[in-house]
Design a protein around this ligand. Structure first.
Ligand SMILES: [Zn+2]
Length: 249
């Protein structure tokens, strides 16, 4: 009788021990599984995030390549001639001065707002035909300061030389002092709001190979003009390092 009780007790303890071990095994596995699941999810999330970031970056690079091909970002300088098939439709802005039809509204608005602010901007050169550029080049005293025909932004119809009307009596208004004129100050401060940049800034002569011209405005579109002007760049620098500056999607 006593033996049987002891035996039953041993069996009970044995069974309980098995049950506890089984339960512990079950719980430990559950915990391990859930940790494994969490780790797997985290890895999946990280991989997805990385794929998204890579796709975003690729989209940005594609967009930059696409933008660089747009007419408003064309680079024309001593090393880059206008394409021979460059097609342009010009319209008169005012006073017999013509500009690319796609730029006309922006230029008109900039001049109107400058006048509205109380200043007197005056166009003195906009679109030039190849023949006009050739004439200027042939007749200039300083060939280094005049673009070779085929290499002037004025031939593209995307540039405008604007001076303060009060400087017209100077004889030659295209001198550094133009930067101190009230209309010019306004234009240099606001041109990017209309999609224009001051194309040949001070201290960029080494890159542009054109003297400082506080009168030559070039249309590049509002988005690019804002970046170029706020970073103090010339167009050559911007196009070279556009991936560092252009963040838009
Ligand atoms: Zn010019």
């Amino acid at each position: 009788m006593k033996n049987r009780k002891v035996r039953n007790l041993i069996i009970l303890i044995f069974l309980l021990t098995i049950a506890v071990i089984a339960a512990a095994y079950f719980v430990i596995h559950k915990i391990a599984d859930s940790h494994l699941e969490e780790a797997r999810e985290a890895a999946e999330e990280a991989a997805q995030k990385q794929a998204e970031e890579e796709a975003d970056e690729q989209a940005r690079l594609d967009k930059i390549a696409e933008e660089k091909n747009q007419w408003y970002l064309i680079l024309v300088n001593n090393y880059n001639a206008m394409p021979d098939d460059f097609d342009i439709e010009t319209v008169e802005v005012e006073d017999g001065y013509y500009i690319d039809a796609r730029v006309n509204d922006a230029l008109k608005e900039m001049l109107a707002d400058c006048r509205e602010a109380g200043y007197s901007p005056r166009l003195i050169s906009t679109f030039r035909t190849r023949e006009t550029q050739q004439y200027l080049y042939d007749h200039t005293a300083n060939k280094a300061d005049t673009a070779v025909p085929g290499h002037s932004e004025h031939e593209c119809g995307l540039a405008a030389d604007i001076v303060d009307a009060d400087s017209l009596g100077w004889g030659d208004p295209l001198i550094d002092e133009q930067e101190d004129m009230p209309a010019q100050k306004w234009l240099m401060e606001h041109c990017q709001d209309y999609g224009f940049i001051l194309r040949y800034p001070k201290d960029k002569e080494d890159i542009t190979e054109i003297i400082y011209e506080p009168w030559h405005y070039r249309y590049v579109g509002k988005e690019h003009a804002a970046i170029i002007m706020s970073n103090g760049l010339c167009l050559e620098e911007y196009l070279r390092d556009m991936q560092d500056y252009y963040k838009a999607q």
